[in-house]
Design a protein around this ligand. Structure first.
Ligand SMILES: [Zn+2]
Length: 155
């Protein structure tokens, strides 16, 4: 009986050791896997950054005479540029400023020169909130009365 107990004890110890070893192997594997995965992500993002660079370079060199295979993507790029410019202008207007026509940075309404590139800024044009299309629409309508928003007495 005593021997049997000892045997049982040994068996338990053995399987506990095996289990521990298995767990250690597993976590080692997991660490290795995570390492390889991280390496792969890094390679992927470097590759994708290079793809983006290729696209920008292509746009820079051939944007004005892109081959037909690139037409769709180039149209998306052009659309993106236009949308970004529009948003920039909107944001600038919200912050009482304009976008420097030279460098594209924000210039406050009152600044006469761009703080970024030094480009001379246009004299603030008389404020017209209407977008070009809206202005067109208004023009084709009756152009007698301006909207009654300028009724404030100017000091
Ligand atoms: Zn500028």
């Amino acid at each position: 009986m005593e021997l049997n107990l000892k045997e049982t004890f040994n068996t338990v110890v053995n399987s506990a050791e095996k289990f521990a070893k298995g767990a250690a192997d597993n976590s080692k594997k997991m660490v290795e896997r995570a390492k390889v995965k991280a390496e792969m992500s890094k390679a992927e993002s470097e590759m994708n950054a290079a793809y983006i660079e290729i696209g920008k370079k292509y746009d820079e060199l051939y944007g004005d005479r892109a081959e037909p295979e690139f037409a769709e993507l180039m149209a998306k790029v052009a659309q993106g540029k236009a949308d970004i410019a529009k948003c920039r202008a909107e944001i600038a207007a919200m912050e009482n400023g304009v976008i420097c026509p030279n460098c594209g940075k924000f210039v406050s309404e009152t600044a006469r020169f761009c703080p970024n590139c030094g480009c001379k800024q246009e004299e603030p044009a008389p404020k017209e909130e209407a977008v070009a299309e809206e202005a067109e629409a208004v023009e084709s309508e009756v152009v007698e009365e301006a909207p009654a928003e300028e009724t404030k007495t100017e000091a």
